[in-house]
Design a protein around this ligand. Structure first.
Ligand code: PLP
Length: 391
């Protein structure tokens, strides 16, 4: 089976361990085991429970305890609506394999996580890329979406909160998407791995699986829950989907690791405290980036409303990969080039990592930009606004 190279993952694999200031990271600064035990209000007892366990397969669909804790993140789910997978990446791959085949029409809102375009394409689906635009605050134009979702559409796919833009579709917006999909009897897959990171709301936020009878939610422990090392994700979906997913899952997953299952349950039973920590980090970091961007005439953005990444437009006549390679070589700062997500002229900045890396890294980016010579006149609204107000 042919598949496109996964551009963002290739970029991260090549550079993330060779930079001084990682401002490309998308996970909330990861928890240590010690921090997890403290946050969850448990001490070494939680680890001691593991000691007598035989290291055989974990519970095949995920332990009851874990699936109960996952279901509690949703308004209507019970453990029977949950299947556990190897990360959100595993959950997404399973859903695509199980639900889409040759000739199926898929409408994928882009920019997005590349799985949601390249996997259905590799399976022979006809993938329509539905563009999200900065002038719409990176939110879907619902009238245009209604035209794109034809009666032949089998699946509509999106990430919410969005990676890379940090846009957040609220409950009303999700209900509108569900209404559009309903007219085509289409499934809606929402990758919700960044759910729970809203900038201005402490609630976890709506899930498509609570709003739409053909809604499929995928998510996992990596981003909002700051535990990527567990490699644990899940699918919450109607029975028909879970049955199809489970058929594929027997071939490529069997079970997740029982230690991962145990620690994920521990974290999710303290979801409020873990998410609270994540929001404190992402909110403070985003304010810091906001102030920095306001003072950088070459940069422009739509301030994210959630998630861990911002998509920033730059006013420089250089491809984004060159921009990022030069920035890394000259200043040791890692961004992700927009070209890796089909968004040339942009860079993606992660704002959930260690605040010290941000504090030290941003002045270096400023120095890099300052060496790039004069600003071209009239190329970005931000540059124009700055030009008008400067003496
Ligand atoms: C939208 C989205 N989905 C899925 C993943 C993969 O997540 P996981 O580590 O849970 O497999 C990522 C990672 O960057 C992501 O951004």
């Amino acid at each position: 089976m042919e598949i496109e190279p996964f551009a963002v993952e290739m970029w991260m694999n090549a550079h993330e361990n060779h930079c001084a200031f990682n401002l490309a990271e998308t996970c909330v600064s990861s928890l240590t085991l010690d921090e997890l035990l403290r946050l969850s209000g448990r001490n070494a007892d939680a680890l001691a429970e593991l000691l007598p366990r035989k290291l055989t397969y974990g519970a095949i669909e995920g332990s009851d305890r874990l699936r109960d804790a996952i279901a509690a993140l949703y308004e209507t789910a019970t453990r029977r609506d949950v299947v556990v997978a190897h990360g959100t990446a595993g959950a997404n791959a399973l859903v695509w394999q199980a639900m889409v085949g040759p000739g199926d029409r898929v409408v994928s809102l882009v920019p997005t996580y590349q799985q949601h375009v390249s996997i259905p394409e590799s399976l022979g689906a006809e993938v329509v890329r539905f563009p999200l635009r900065a002038e719409d605050n990176w939110l879907p134009d619902m009238d245009a979406l209604a035209r794109a979702v034809t009666p032949e559409t089998r699946m509509v796919a999106l990430t919410n909160p969005n990676n890379p833009t940090g846009a957040l579709i609220d409950r009303t917006g999700l209900e509108r998407i569900a209404g559009i999909a309903r007219t085509a009897n289409a499934w809606v897959l929402v990758d919700e791995v960044y759910r729970g990171t809203a900038q201005d709301d402490d609630a976890i936020g709506p899930s498509v699986s609570d709003l739409y009878e053909r809604g499929i939610s995928t998510a996992g422990m990596s981003k909002a829950f700051a535990l990527a090392g567990l490699r644990l994700g899940w699918v919450v979906a109607p029975e028909e989907v879970l049955a199809a997913v489970s058929r594929h899952r027997d071939y490529n997953t069997i079970s997740v690791g029982l230690i991962d299952d145990h620690l994920a349950a521990l974290a999710l039973e303290s979801a409020d405290r873990v998410l609270d920590r994540s929001r404190r980090i992402t909110r403070a970091n985003l304010d810091r980036i906001d102030a920095w961007i306001a003072a950088e005439p070459r940069l422009d953005w739509v301030r994210p409303r959630a998630g861990t990444t911002a998509l920033v437009a730059y006013d420089l006549d250089v491809p984004s990969e060159r921009f990022c390679l030069d920035l890394l070589a000259e200043e040791g700062v890692l961004f992700t080039p927009g070209s890796a997500m089909g968004m040339e002229g942009h860079v993606r900045i992660g704002f959930a990592n260690d605040p010290d890396a941000l504090e030290a890294g941003l002045p270096r980016v400023s120095a890099f930009l300052a060496r790039r010579g004069d600003i071209r006149p009239d190329t970005s609204s931000h540059a124009r606004a700055t030009a008008v107000t400067q003496p």
